[in-house]
Design a protein around this ligand. Structure first.
Ligand code: GTP
Ligand code: MG
Length: 365
């Protein structure tokens, strides 16, 4: 475990920062508040950089983590001043992704996001070397860094091509399923909401579940029973997180696309957290679903972890979020599973009725 000093922007949910630090395998030895300037930029003045570096040296940490977004030059300055590694929130998320990626596709997706993160930083490094502000990095001079920059650019193009192959393969699989006539139910929701726990409960699978963010990075599909002789295909997906930069969503797009083609999307919400946290995560999830054009009639809100706060607690949260149509469950204790299946079936049957009236054969005599 690496030891780190953590700088968090004032007013930001510190518990999420600590959770992500733990997931990325850092031990936080000290927390320092920093300023936020404008959207998506962390303000670190020269004085603040000196103070943080001083504290980092005293504590003898391996890294400084800034829970915000640093420009390339801010990161370089801080690195130069402190002499230790500097990671910002995007980098932290990339490190977690890299630790969790298991399948070849997930590894490629992570690599793509890493390279995209690296490019502007390499450009900044080259600029600095040319200006004589920086001797190079790890003993490498301008020529080597420029060659590395070219290599990164070419590698991104190659990986992009590979990822498109996976995406096409997925499309073929999807068409196959459609021909097979099985409806598709997809799980969506913030990281840690309990998607995989529910997936395991409904499909009798044993996919890994942990308390760490982004346990799931690739999709898995299994059959689930809906009642009577009806079954559906159930898909587990990567979790959401607020403030994900566009290129990271882009990198995982083919995984998230499963949601676009699902007949029913179960939006899993951890209703046991602090109401303000539940709201923030819920709003982020709804925004990402909207970005993927997943619209309300086929989205079923599922409030999870009732075992922790009781029915009253969940109903209160739902009222605060203005939800009317929802199902309350405990994926862990397997409570509310029948009610959930009934509601999935209700949405599917409504869709099927609609399709029947919309199809040309329906009107023919
Ligand atoms: N008490 C309680 N804990 C739950 C419940 N469902 C899930 N959890 C816990 O919540 C944590 C996260 O569960 P996961 O199923 O891995 O969550 P996930 O949504 O798949 O997370 P990612 O894969 O990271 O997106 C684990 O520690 C689970 O044991 C529940 O109904 N009740
Ligand atoms: Mg999961």
């Amino acid at each position: 475990m690496r030891r780190a000093l953590l700088a968090v922007e004032r007013g930001v949910d510190e518990s999420e920062a600590l959770e992500l630090m733990e997931s990325a395998d850092y031990e936080v030895v000290e927390i320092v508040p920093v300023r936020k300037i404008g959207e998506g930029r962390t303000g670190i003045s020269t004085g603040k950089a000196e103070e943080i570096s001083e504290r980092a040296k005293e504590a003898g940490v391996d890294a400084i983590a800034v829970y915000g977004r640093l420009s390339s030059s801010q990161a370089f300055n801080l690195m130069k001043e402190s002499g230790v590694d500097v990671v910002d929130r995007d980098k932290l998320i990339l490190e977690i992704f890299a630790l969790r990626a298991r399948t070849p596709e997930a590894k490629l997706q992570v690599k793509m996001a890493e390279l995209t993160y690296e490019l502007p930083r390499l450009r900044e490094l080259i600029r600095r070397i040319r200006m004589g502000e920086q001797p190079g990095l790890y003993g490498y001079g301008e020529y080597e860094v420029e060659r590395h920059y070219d290599h990164v650019r070419k590698l991104r193009i190659r990986i992009g091509r590979e990822l498109r192959k996976y995406s096409r393969h997925r499309e073929v699989q999807r068409q196959g399923r459609r021909r097979w006539g099985m409806p598709v139910v997809s799980l969506a929701g913030y990281t840690g909401a309990g998607k995989t726990t529910l997936f395991n409960a409904l499909s009798k699978e044993r996919r890994p579940v942990t308390g760490h963010a982004f346990t799931t990075l690739t999709t898995t599909t299994r059959t689930m029973w809906l009642g009577g002789d009806r079954h559906a295909l159930l898909t587990d997906t990567v979790g959401f997180l607020s403030g994900l930069p566009h290129y990271m969503i882009e990198a995982f797009k083919s995984t998230l696309e499963e949601l676009k083609y699902a007949d029913v999307v179960l939006l899993i919400v951890d209703a046991s957290e602090d109401p303000a946290v539940v709201r923030r995560k819920y709003e982020t999830s709804m925004e990402i679903l909207q970005e993927l054009s997943v619209e309300p009639p086929r989205v079923l809100q599922v409030l999870n972890k009732v075992d922790r706060v009781g029915m009253d607690g969940v109903v209160k949260v739902a009222a605060e979020l203005g939800m009317r149509d929802y199902v309350v469950i405990s994926a862990k204790e397997r409570l509310g599973m029948d009610e959930l299946r009934r509601n999935v079936l209700r949405i599917l049957e409504a869709e099927e009725r609609q399709e029947a009236t919309a199809s040309p054969e329906a009107g023919a005599v």
